[in-house]
Design a protein around this ligand. Structure first.
Ligand code: MG
Length: 158
C-alpha cells in the first residue's frame, strides 16, 4: 500500500465558475486558475502523483503552457491515474478536506463524494469528503480563497 498527500489553494474571483471535485457549484464567484481551478481535484491529483512517485501537477501541466489554459481538472486527474496505472497501481481510498467559508458545502458533500468515486473508479464507501470553514480567519476565512487537502492510498492492480 502506498500513501500520497496533496494540497492546493486558489483565489476566489467573480466571473469564474466554481467547480469542486468535478461538481459545478452555484456561487457568485469561482476559483482563478490556469485550468478550471478545481482546487480539490488538484489536491487529489497531487496525492495520486505523490503515492506513485510522479512529482506534482505543476511539472505535468505547467501553467506557463498555453495548451493547458482552461483545461478541465478531470483531464489532470485522468493523467495522474494513467501514470499510476503504468506502474500497475490503482486508487484504494481517498480522504479529503475542502476549506471554504462560502458556499456552505455540507449539502454538496455526497454529490462530490459520488463524483470523486466515479473519477477514481472506486466505490463511494472508499471515498470521504470533509468540508471545513476557517472560522473567519485568514484568506480562506475572509472568502478570498478556497483550499483543499487530500490523502490517497494506492494498491497494486491485479
Ligand atoms: Mg491548483
Amino acid at each position: 500500500m502506498l500513501v500520497g498527500i496533496g494540497c492546493d489553494i486558489h483565489r476566489l474571483v467573480t466571473g469564474r465558475k466554481l467547480v469542486l471535485g468535478g461538481v459545478r457549484v452555484e456561487h457568485e464567484s469561482g476559483l482563478l486558475g490556469h485550468s478550471d481551478g478545481d482546487v480539490l481535484l488538484h489536491a487529489v491529483s497531487d496525492a495520486v502523483l505523490g503515492a506513485s512517485a510522479h512529482g506534482d501537477i505543476g511539472e505535468l501541466f505547467p501553467d506557463t503552457d498555453p495548451q493547458y489554459k482552461g483545461i478541465s481538472s478531470e483531464v489532470i486527474l485522468g493523467e495522474a491515474l494513467s501514470l499510476a496505472a503504468e506502474r500497475r497501481l490503482k486508487v484504494y481510498n481517498l480522504d479529503c478536506i475542502i476549506f471554504a467559508e462560502e458556499p456552505k458545502l455540507g449539502p454538496l458533500k455526497q454529490e462530490i463524494r459520488a463524483k470523486l468515486a466515479e473519477l477514481l473508479s472506486i466505490q463511494a464507501d472508499r471515498v470521504n469528503v470533509k468540508a471545513k470553514t476557517m472560522e473567519g480567519l485568514g484568506a480562506i476565512g475572509s472568502g478570498e480563497a478556497i483550499a483543499a487537502q487530500a490523502v490517497v492510498t494506492l494498491e497494486e492492480s491485479r
